[in-house]
Design a protein around this ligand. Structure first.
Ligand SMILES: Nc1ncnc2c1ncn2[C@@H]1O[C@H](COP(=O)(O)OP(=O)(O)OP(=O)(O)O)[C@@H](O)[C@H]1O
Length: 638
């Protein structure tokens, strides 16, 4: 017998968790093992289509269950692709790569929160869930096309062994030696036929290969005879009709939910199920799900988009990315079409006309479902938006706004109107008479934006402002250019034209009167701002910085946060605006009359204040602090 090998550290942690699990749904181990068996048969069948050395008799493909009450064993056997020695080592000695990192992170995070986590359900830890119910697990496997078979065995506690064994057919047989019953847990229930039948109906009914088991029942020896005999026969426990092929009206919500969680390894029910049957130039069934939470790795490169692809109920491939546009990449699900060739390869997908037609129909369907949700169930839509809104906004921005038409009505931003999320259409419907632009301002938090000096007057005049808090927002609006022919206007940038003719005149006069002072201020700040002007956008605040047309401050910040830095070193033009109706203005005028040099200090201070308000760092905080102190000291002398 070979030497025992230790599990990799991560696997060990997971195993410990499984062994000591107080998880209440231990029964899911069967679903996990059957799902693996079904995947293995899928792979085998698919391989047989392309490899002429392998012939698969589709009718013989199945998953067999058997129990041995005396030895407390439950066996799950498939004639799928099987595993060779290396694969046993790689797949069962190391925790499935997909969930491992997340698992670790989540464990750590949750420990902090001290919450009872549904880790097991969360990451579909698959094979290892066997250790929730078994003290020993034996896996005998022979890879299709290979002669040798191997036996992997483990009691989880002190590692595993791999040895050669005999196995007549390709595939995998997993034998679980069930744990002893305890007060809380009756593991022997998994040896009872009716319990197994129930579990299969509950979790694995749609599996497309027969799941069989030899069951016995008593029946009269002959018709009418009173003498009974024990008959043993192989029974298929699942209906095998794929869920998506069944009539929608006959499927319960629970069935959809179970199917989704099982197939896509989510621990939460989906937020939305979209099940459609399309006939016409292209025929297909599709079952799509919008998750109720973004997967942990959603906004990383690790997340792979795509739908599972089936042809006439036969699995062809996972994650066919061509079926789903980038901006709907959060959608999970599958497509089954009789119009696709079984031999389609990933390379061919890109050029397949039928597939393009399917993808286009799916895209429209998702959009219309989202629009319906928005119209009919606002609360649900806002939940969706919290999860995936960012994706939609990126969808607008990417490809130079090519998908604007598809996506613009799905957009939401928080608005100064009740500080709630609003759609652009709702914004436009509330626009005041004579308002011809959609106002917005960008920054990193709503509270700050709502308090921005430049927002005060706009709100005061009765206009609504969209508050953009994600980096991509302003870029998205820029590529959109307009919505329902209304241009977007940043309130912290350029001319707002909010003032009446009279007010305009007044300001022009003030500017003229204070020409010298303004130009001295500008001269003092010449390395920092391109202009110092009398403001038309301030109400009660003393100063603000505005940007000239083109690049805004937020865009400048976003660009400089990019990993490669601001690619063209582009900067927003800074303009210092001073409120002529603020006492500070009068103070400046007075001071200017008395001591022109002193105004220089004031200029720096005003500029620094404006920087702080805009959320920029000060160039020289120490000098700022010193100047403030000097002022305070001076004030005490008077
Ligand atoms: N019956 C089987 N036949 C062939 N390979 C199997 C079988 N069971 C498991 N495997 C292999 O072991 C790997 C690990 O299985 P495990 O159930 O732990 O994770 P998974 O199925 O990849 O992920 P998840 O359960 O999260 O979907 C599988 O990816 C598969 O390659």
């Amino acid at each position: 017998m070979s030497k025992k090998k230790a599990f990799k550290a991560e696997s060990k942690r997971l195993l410990d968790l499984m062994i000591n699990s107080i998880y209440t749904h231990k029964e899911i181990f069967l679903r996990e093992l059957i799902s693996n068996a079904s995947d293995a048969i899928d792979k085998y069948y698919y391989l047989s289509l392309s490899d002429e050395n392998i012939t698969a008799d589709r009718s013989a493909l199945k998953i067999q269950l058997s129990v041995d009450k005396e030895h407390r064993t439950l066996t799950i056997s498939d004639n799928g692709i099987g595993m060779n020695k290396d694969e046993l080592e790689e797949n069962l000695g190391t925790i499935a790569k997909s969930g491992s990192l997340a698992f670790k992170e989540k464990m750590e995070a949750e420990e902090k929160n001290d919450e009872d986590v549904d880790i097991i359900g969360q990451f579909g830890v698959g094979f290892y869930s066997a250790f929730m119910v078994a003290s020993d697990v034996v896996v005998e496997s022979r890879k299709a096309g290979e002669e040798e078979a191997y036996r992997w065995e483990s009691n989880a506690v002190d590692g595993y062994t791999i040895d050669k064994c005999e196995k007549a057919e390709h595939g995998t047989t997993i034998t679980l030696v069930l744990k002893e019953d305890s007060e809380d847990e009756k593991y022997s229930q998994y040896l009872e036929t009716y319990e197994i039948e129930n579990l299969i109906k509950k979790y694995s009914d749609y599996i497309r290969y027969p799941i069989t088991m030899f069951v016995s029942h008593e029946e009269p020896k002959e018709e009418g005879s009173e003498e009974m005999q024990l008959v043993v026969e192989e029974k298929t426990l699942n209906s095998m009709v794929p869920l998506w092929k069944r009539n929608k009206s006959e499927i319960t919500k629970e069935e959809y939910n179970e199917f989704y969680k099982n197939k896509f390894n989510d621990y939460m029910d989906p937020q939305k199920v979209i099940h459609t049957h399309v006939e016409g130039s292209v025929n297909f069934d599709t079952l799509l799900f919008i998750p109720s939470k973004a997967p942990y790795n959603y906004y990383s490169n690790e997340y792979e988009k795509g739908l599972q692809l089936y042809s006439r109920g036969v699995f062809i491939m996972d994650k066919a990315s061509e079926l789903i546009p980038e901006y709907f990449r959060f959608v999970r699900g599958l497509v089954d079409s009789q119009d696709l060739s079984l031999n389609i390869s990933r390379e061919m997908l890109q050029h397949d006309r039928q597939l393009k037609a399917i993808a286009s129909k799916i895209e429209k369907k998702i959009k219309s479902e989202l629009v319906n949700m928005l119209k009919n169930d606002r609360e649900e839509y806002e939940k969706f938006w919290k999860n995936f809104g960012l994706q939609i906004k990126f969808g607008i921005y990417n490809d130079y706004g090519m998908h604007k038409e598809m996506l613009q009505d799905l957009l939401m931003f928080t608005s100064s109107h009740e500080m709630k999320l609003t759609t652009l259409d709702e914004y436009v419907s509330r626009m005041k008479e004579g308002q011809d632009v959609i106002y917005y301002v960008a920054g990193d938090n709503l509270d700050k934006l709502d308090k921005l000096p430049s927002a005060e007057l706009v709100k005061d005049k009765g206009y609504e402002i969209l508050y953009l808090t994600d980096n991509v927002d302003e870029f998205a609006l820029q590529v959109m250019m307009n919505y329902q022919e209304k241009n977007f206007k940043n309130i912290a940038q350029g001319d707002l034209n909010l003032e009446s003719e009279e007010e305009k005149k007044e300001i022009e006069e003030k500017a003229e009167e204070n020409k010298d002072m303004l130009s001295d201020l500008k001269e003092t700040l010449k390395d920092k701002v391109s202009d110092v002007v009398i403001s038309t956008r301030l109400k009660s605040h003393p100063v603000c910085l505005s940007a000239g047309e083109g690049m805004s401050f937020e865009m400048e910040k976003v660009l400089s946060q990019m990993p490669e830095g601001n690619p063209y070193g582009m900067k927003a033009t800074r303009i210092l605006e001073i409120n002529p109706n603020h006492p500070i203005f009068e103070a400046l005028q007075k001071l200017y009359g008395r001591d022109k040099d002193k105004v220089k200090d004031y200029a720096d201070l005003l500029y620094d204040q404006a920087l702080l308000i805009e959320g920029f760092d000060l160039d020289d905080p120490i000098s700022f602090s010193n100047k403030i102190c000097n002022l305070m000291v001076d004030a005490s002398k008077e």
